[in-house]
Design a protein around this ligand. Sequence first.
Ligand code: PMT
Length: 198
Amino acid sequence: LTNHSSGKMGYAIADSALRAGADVTLISGPTNLNPPGVTKLHSVTTAEEMLRGVNEIIADMDIFIGVAAVADYRPKTVRSEKLKKSDASIQIELVPNPDILASVTSRSSPPFTIGFAAETTDLVPNARKKLREKKADLIVANTVGQGGVPFGTEFNSLILIDHRDEIDLGSGTKQLLADRLIMEIAPRYYATNPSSHS
Ligand code: PMT
């Protein structure tokens, strides 16, 4: 849901979760990728559509992972016709988009919720702030480095942050890191939901 995000990280996580035996519903913004063979795929183009898609399914979900780089703002008005060029400067009014992750964690019985944070500075403190403010169970922090990495590339470096610790998941392909991430999420989910472990 941004110009720079490709969906690679999210699709890799959906694929890892499938291979780990989960039923996976993938709600995806536009990408050029072939989606993994998930249980259910819901394609959206705007943050509001993504929120509606999440609201439709979230009551049945045990775990929610929010990977999309959802735009924080959207234009207040959208024209159906081309804007004519003139010499005058123009202003575009932006209004805040709904915060999908925060809406999930503010439910009366939220699923185990994991958010992502891409930060250019102070990675861990900023990600930890998001963990608290968004009331997520876990935040996955990725450093934004040279050339916009990890946006759109095959590679990433991740640190998993919970309310006590930081776990360095290392660097590598998004698929390798997605596999490591799912292996870390599973025991933490079962620790908070012991009855669901079969
Ligand atoms: O798709 P790729 O090219 O592979 O790139 C992957 C990625 C870099 C986009 C991904 O790994 C990542 O870091 N995604 C989150 C980017 C980010 O910094 O998000 P944020 O700080 O704007 O939001 C924090 C969390 O809130 C995220 O889980 C986000 O999905 C969620 N959010 C944000 C805004 C909003 N309106 N609704 C949300 O749910």
